[in-house]
Design a protein around this ligand. Structure first.
Ligand code: GLA
Length: 388
């Protein structure tokens, strides 16, 4: 991205071109496999994208924080003398939550002007929110020279979302946005936070993200409901195995005792998490061994479990995945992110790419009445400063 258009947008909004702001970028992410495992202490395999959020930011002398976005209407000014309060259902809660975390760490903040500009679809399961949080944390850390290590910025951003926004998300998104590396997926153990970068070398194959464009209505509350259901599953199984998180139970162990969970819904939720955890391990071996066909089969199995056991897909995601999986040249396809609408990710052989986009788009429209957007994505680097 050339920086001049971003400076122009900033000066249009805030004026005074004599004080030059700084520019930062944080990517969105796509998760290849390992869905709804992170808050259960399990494994995930996300990668950072070339799409994301730019933050253009400068210090000002007035004791006020100004927040604007080129993607959203709401413009906010908050005097530094006031404490930050959540503004219901508004994008500014993401940066405000991060600023509040800086204050909690006694990092003194002065007046600021911030402009966000993103090229990832909002609220589509590609972590536009983690991207805003991380670009804010990284930009603030750099501006105020607060020397927070990357892992601290990741944890702080997750806390902002948990405490300020009110979504009990795991750590996957912020971690992927922070630690992403070009052409690598991040194999993360969400319990210990140990991770390995696994090369994603898809010769002759494209990674395609497709947005269902379904409004994600009550996604946040349904997400929190799933988190609570997993805690109930632990309450049923915890004593048998002396564990505090579902990821500590292997699929064989679960298989033997699953009937101890009297509630059939909770049993299915646990089945998803525990089987998905194993699928991530298998998928990582496939990547190391360049067994991409088997990797695709695991993606398909992941979607099936998210649909039948975890019930976070819905008609639109299922239709898009179903049409994709039927196409010639498709290695695997699944929903990605929290679900309840949002995006799918598919691996498609290059020679079939154009037909895939055209035909899946048509068939999806015929089934749902909605137009899907397709993005051929690249696995890219994590959050960074953009130097002129
Ligand atoms: C959202 C959350 C993540 C993770 C995924 C589902 O993206 O922010 O922490 O739980 O959903 O895998």
């Amino acid at each position: 991205m050339v920086t001049q258009p971003l400076f122009d947008l900033f000066f249009q909004r805030y004026g005074k071109p004599e004080k030059i702001p700084q520019i930062f970028f944080a990517p969105g992410r796509v998760n290849l496999i390992g869905e709804h495992t992170d808050y259960n202490g399990g494994f995930v395999l996300p990668c950072a994208l070339q799409y994301g959020t730019y933050l253009i930011i400068r210090k000002i002398d007035e004791p006020i924080i100004r927040l604007a976005s080129t993607n959203m209407d709401l413009y906010t000014e908050i005097p530094l003398s006031e404490s930050f309060c959540q503004i219901k259902n508004q994008w500014v809660n993401y940066p405000l939550g991060v600023l509040a975390q800086f204050l909690q760490r006694n990092i003194a903040i002065g007046g600021l002007e911030l402009l966000f500009s993103g090229d990832i679809p909002n609220n589509a399961g590609l972590s536009s929110s983690a991207s805003i949080e991380m670009v804010t944390a990284y930009g603030m850390n750099s501006l105020y020279q607060s020397d927070l290590p990357m892992l601290e910025m990741i944890k702080l951003s997750q806390k902002a979302e948990n405490q300020f926004v009110g979504v009990n998300c795991g750590i996957m998104d912020q971690f992927a946005v922070g630690m992403g590396e070009k052409n690598h997926a991040i194999f993360l153990n969400c319990k210990t936070l140990e991770y390995k970068l696994v090369p994603v070398l898809l010769e002759g194959i494209s990674m395609v993200v497709a947005n269902t464009n379904k409004q994600r209505g009550l996604a946040d509350s349904k997400y929190n409901e799933r988190v609570a259901e997993c805690q109930m599953a632990v309450a049923y199984l915890g004593d048998l195995f002396d564990v505090s998180q579902l990821s500590e139970i292997s699929f064989m162990q679960f298989y033997k005792v699953q009937d101890q969970i009297p509630d059939e819904v909770i049993r299915r939720r646990a089945r998803h998490v525990i089987s998905e955890n194993q699928r991530v391990l298998n998928a990582v071996s496939c990547l190391w061994n360049n067994n991409i066909q088997e990797f695709g089969a695991l993606m398909n199995a992941s979607h099936e479990s998210l649909r039948d056991n975890y019930e976070v897909t819905g008609f639109e995601l299922d239709s898009l995945v179903d049409e994709a999986q039927k196409m010639h040249g498709v290695i695997g396809s699944r929903m990605t992110g929290a679900g309840f609408g949002g995006c799918t990710v598919s691996l498609v052989r290059n020679e079939s790419l154009n037909t895939f986009i055209e035909e899946v788009g048509e068939k999806y429209k015929a089934r749902t009445g909605l137009t899907a957007d397709f993005y051929v994505v690249e696995v890219s680097d994590g959050v960074r400063k953009i130097i002129n």
